[in-house]
Design a binder for this molecule. Structure first.
Ligand SMILES: [Zn+2]
Length: 463
C-alpha cells in the first residue's frame, strides 16, 4: 500500500509529466520586418548608452539564435518570399505570397492552427495586405495583387485582423475605398477605426478588423514623428490579445509585424529605426507579461523576414566619433523631412538657406546643439543649391519612397555624425536574429533556415 504522501508525490510527478508533454497553447509570433542583427544591436547601444536601460527584453530571452533568409531564386529575399517562408515553411520566388514556385497554394501555420481550433490574430503596422501579413492568410502570384489577397482576407475566418489600412483595388489611388470596409463588415467582421473606438466597443463579433483612425499613407506613422493618436504595435497586440481571450481563451496564435522598422531602414533613417525597435519592444512586453501568467502554456518567437539596409553602428567616415545620443535631437523622420522639402519644389516656392538651416536646427539639432564642420556645411549648401535654387537635383528612388535629394544629403550627414552606417537602401543577404521563450523554445537553437521556423512552431504545439 502506498502511503498518502507517496500517492501525492506520484500524482504530482504525473502532473509534471503532463505539463511537460502539453504543447504550446498560446503562441505569439513577432516579425520585425527588415530587423537585422545590426538594427537590434544599434537600438541596444542607444538603449544602454543613452537611456541607461537594462537590455532589450528580447535579448534576455533564453534562446537567441540566427536564421538564414535566402529565397528560392535569390540570396536576397523580398518580403513576399520571406513572409511565405516564415508563415508556410515553403521557399518560393521573390514576389510570391502563399504559393510555391509552381504557383500552387501553400498554407500557413495560422491556417493549420485555425483548423485545430486555435483562435487566430494577424496584425501589422503597415497595410494589412502587405506581403508579410498577407502570407498568413492569402495566396497570390504577385504581392501587389491586392484584389486576390483581399478576397482571401475576407474569407480567412480569423478572429482578428489589424493594420492602419488596406490597399484596395477600386480607387485610382490604389487605396482601400469605403467599399472595402463594408466588404469586411458584410463578411462578418466588426470594423473599428483606432484603438479607442475598439476599446470602447460593445457587442463585438467573432471577427474584428482594427484599422487606424489616422493612417499615414500605408503605415501607422513613425514613432519619431509623434503622430497624435497613431495606432501602435503595442495597441495592435493588446487589441488582438483581448479579442483572442474573448473568443478563444483556450488556445490562440497571433502574428504581429513591425512593418515600419523596414520602411525606416529602406529610408536609411537610423534614428527612426531605433525608435521603431523600442516601440516594437513594447508590443513584445505585452506578450511577455502574458507569458509570466501562463509560463507552461505560452511560446513567444521573435524574428525578422530579412535584413534591410545592412545597418551597423560604426562607419568608415566617422570611425572615432560615432555618437548615438545625437538621435535624441531628431524630431522628424527622413520621409517627413523629404515631404516638407518637396512642398517647395512641387509648389514652386522658394526657401532661403538661413530658413533651411533653421529647419535643420529645429528638427535635427545640426547648426544648433550639434556642431557642423566646414566641409559638412559646404556639402549641405551645395545640395541645397542644386535642389532648391537650380532645381536640377534628382530624387532618390527607394522601395517605399522617392526621396528629395537634399533630404538624402542631410540625413547622410546626420547618420555619419551619429555613427550609423548603411550598405544599401534595399535588403541584404545577412542572417537575422531569432529570439524565443516559453514552451518549446528549445526547438529554436542554432543557425536555422527561415522555413524551419513555422514548422517548429507547429512542433511546439504537439498537434
Ligand atoms: Zn520585409
Amino acid at each position: 500500500m502506498m502511503s498518502k504522501r507517496t500517492m501525492m508525490t506520484v500524482a504530482l510527478l504525473l502532473l509534471m509529466v503532463c505539463v511537460a508533454r502539453a504543447g504550446a497553447k498560446y503562441i505569439f509570433y513577432f516579425i520585425g520586418d527588415g530587423m537585422g542583427l545590426g538594427h537590434v544591436n544599434t537600438a541596444q547601444i542607444y538603449n544602454r548608452d543613452v537611456l541607461k536601460n537594462p537590455p532589450l527584453l528580447m535579448m534576455k530571452f533564453p534562446i537567441a539564435s540566427q536564421c538564414v533568409t535566402y529565397s528560392a531564386n535569390s540570396p536576397i529575399t523580398d518580403s513576399a518570399a520571406a513572409g511565405t517562408a516564415l508563415s508556410t515553411g515553403t521557399k518560393t520566388l521573390n514576389g510570391m505570397v502563399g504559393e510555391n514556385p509552381d504557383s500552387m497554394a501553400v498554407y500557413s501555420v495560422a491556417t493549420r492552427l485555425k483548423d485545430s481550433g486555435y483562435g487566430i490574430g494577424i496584425g501589422s503596422t503597415v497595410a494589412g495586405n502587405d506581403a508579410t501579413p498577407a502570407a498568413f492568410y492569402g495566396h497570390a502570384h504577385y504581392r501587389k495583387h491586392n484584389d486576390v489577397l483581399n478576397a482571401d482576407a475576407l474569407k480567412c475566418s480569423y478572429n482578428f485582423l489589424g493594420g492602419p489600412m488596406w490597399r484596395g483595388t477600386a480607387g485610382k489611388d490604389g487605396l482601400m475605398t469605403g467599399d472595402w470596409k463594408r466588404n469586411f463588415e458584410k463578411a462578418g467582421f466588426s470594423v473599428y477605426e483606432g484603438y479607442d473606438q475598439y476599446a470602447k466597443a460593445k457587442d463585438m463579433k467573432e471577427q474584428v478588423l482594427l484599422l487606424s483612425a489616422n493612417p499615414q499613407g500605408e503605415q501607422v506613422g513613425y514613432t519619431i514623428d509623434s503622430i497624435p493618436g497613431a495606432l501602435t504595435a503595442a495597441q495592435l497586440t493588446q487589441a488582438c490579445l483581448d479579442q483572442l481571450m474573448r473568443t478563444s481563451p483556450d488556445k490562440f496564435f497571433m502574428m504581429i509585424e513591425g512593418g515600419n522598422i523596414d520602411w525606416a531602414a529602406h529610408a536609411n533613417d537610423g534614428g527612426a529605426v531605433i525608435k521603431e525597435i523600442l516601440n516594437y519592444q513594447q508590443a513584445i512586453d505585452i506578450a511577455y507579461k502574458f507569458y509570466l501568467q501562463h509560463p507552461t502554456e505560452t511560446l513567444i518567437v521573435i524574428t525578422a523576414d530579412h535584413d534591410t539596409g545592412g545597418m551597423a553602428f560604426g562607419r568608415e567616415d566617422n570611425q572615432k566619433k560615432g555618437n548615438i545620443g545625437l538621435i535624441d535631437f531628431q524630431r522628424i523622420s527622413k520621409d517627413r523631412f523629404s515631404d516638407w522639402c518637396k512642398t517647395f519644389i512641387n509648389g514652386n516656392k522658394s526657401i532661403t538657406w538661413p530658413e533651411m538651416q533653421q529647419f535643420i536646427k529645429d528638427n535635427l539639432g545640426m547648426y544648433g546643439a550639434i556642431d557642423v564642420t566646414v566641409e559638412e556645411d559646404a556639402e549641405m549648401r551645395q545640395a541645397y543649391d542644386q535642389a532648391f535654387v537650380k532645381r536640377t537635383a534628382k530624387n532618390e528612388k527607394t522601395l517605399y519612397n522617392d526621396f528629395n535629394a537634399f533630404a538624402v544629403k542631410v540625413f547622410d550627414i546626420f547618420n555619419k555624425k551619429a555613427g550609423i552606417g548603411w550598405t544599401t537602401t534595399y535588403h541584404t543577404g545577412n542572417m537575422v536574429p531569432v529570439y524565443a521563450i516559453g514552451v518549446g523554445c528549445d526547438l529554436f537553437t542554432g543557425v536555422q533556415n527561415n522555413v524551419e521556423i513555422p514548422r517548429k512552431i507547429l512542433e511546439a504545439t504537439k498537434l
